[in-house]
Design a protein around this ligand. Structure first.
Ligand code: SF4
Ligand code: SF4
Ligand code: SF4
Length: 318
């Protein structure tokens, strides 16, 4: 497929991959093989027929952030009040307390602006799952990308590999988690929709089957010629497709949605498996890095335990 991404910079290879891409690919490829769970080809990994998702329309959003507050409550997250001295919830980016954020794009001359809702895109072929050495992230029911705490070792390969910069690690926690939107899957068995779509006062974000959301998006495009950027639904094909899809009146790239073609990053990783594994050099480097990270986490744990012991007199299990 044609790759119609941004112009190649000095940090990119002849194939158009940046060094960051190659690092992500290396992590992704190593993980998949070492776990012996290399998934089927990307063509076989289309969205399931019952795939659920969100449709967000920038032309409807009023930036009230009701969805941000509702997401925090529904997911039992501590409000991020750092910017306001502990008073107001004011997250500036996704973080370990924030699975959903509304940001504002404004052009330098102020002529163009848009709100942007960011959360996990529920990729059809998720790079994060492909990168995870222990399948802690995987596609679950309705195509939702789920995180399983008992499998996660905190290596953060998912963070590095995500093309949308979504998963966040709980650095401040003793037993850290990877935090990302899981489409409020805990609410679905109770017949509830995601908290963000439930509270949105203008239905700028709606929930449903991916197929129905795409139909609705195309209905809006057809009904409003010239209103939407490129008459296109972002996520229908981009990066192998996503279950959270977007309509926008400004270029998607300005909202932080990467224009890097229709192939998934997990798919790129598979293409270079043969090269990466030659001589097992890259897996060795990746695992050396992993050992380093684990050692650092253990040292931090030890230091924290010593601090606690000196403060409380209680001895902690290391
Ligand atoms: S947006 Fe990132 S975290 Fe979410 S499914 Fe895709 S690769 Fe994984
Ligand atoms: S689906 Fe749930 S977790 Fe995801 S952004 Fe909406 S409220 Fe937050
Ligand atoms: S609740 Fe709806 S209108 Fe308000 S910021 Fe969120 S998506 Fe936009």
């Amino acid at each position: 497929m044609t790759r119609h991404g941004p112009q190649r910079g000095s940090g990119e290879t002849a194939e158009g991959f940046s060094r960051r891409d190659l690092f992500r690919i290396g992590a992704s490829a190593s993980a998949a093989t070492l776990a012996a769970t290399l998934p089927a080809s990307a063509e076989e990994r289309g969205a399931p027929a019952d795939a659920l998702g969100l449709l967000y329309d920038t032309t409807v959003c009023i930036g009230c952030k009701a969805c941000v507050a509702a997401c925090t409550t529904a997911n039992n997250l501590e409000p991020d009040t750092e910017l306001s001295g502990g008073i107001w919830q004011m997250p500036t980016d996704l973080n370990s307390q924030t699975k959903n954020i509304i940001q504002l794009y404004r052009s330098p001359d102020g002529a163009e602006s848009s709100f942007m809702k960011r959360q996990c895109m529920q990729c059809v072929d998720p790079a994060c799952a492909s990168a995870c050495p222990f399948n802690a992230l995987s596609k679950g029911a309705y195509g939702i990308v789920e995180w399983e705490p008992t499998r996660c070792i905190g290596c953060r390969f998912c963070e590095i590999s995500c093309p949308f910069d979504v998963p966040r690690f709980e650095w401040a926690k003793f037993n850290p988690r990877i935090v990302k939107c899981e489409l409020c899957r805990h609410r679905l068995p109770q017949g509830l929709q995601p908290a963000c779509t439930e509270v949105c006062p203008v239905s700028a974000v709606i929930f449903g089957k991916r197929a129905d959301l795409l139909r609705e998006a195309h209905r809006r495009i057809d009904a409003n010629p010239g209103k939407y950027y490129q008459n296109r639904v972002y996520g229908e094909q981009d990066l192998g497709g996503t279950q959270v899809v977007y309509l926008s009146h400004v270029p998607f790239a300005k909202l932080g949605l990467p224009e890097v073609g229709t192939e998934s990053r997990a798919h790129y990783g598979e293409k270079v498996h043969g090269v990466i594994y030659k001589g097992m050099v890259v897996p060795a480097i990746v695992y050396a890095g992993l050992a380093f990270i684990m050692r650092r986490r253990f040292n931090a744990h030890e230091e924290h335990a010593r601090d606690e012991q000196s403060k409380t007199g209680r001895e902690d299990q290391l």
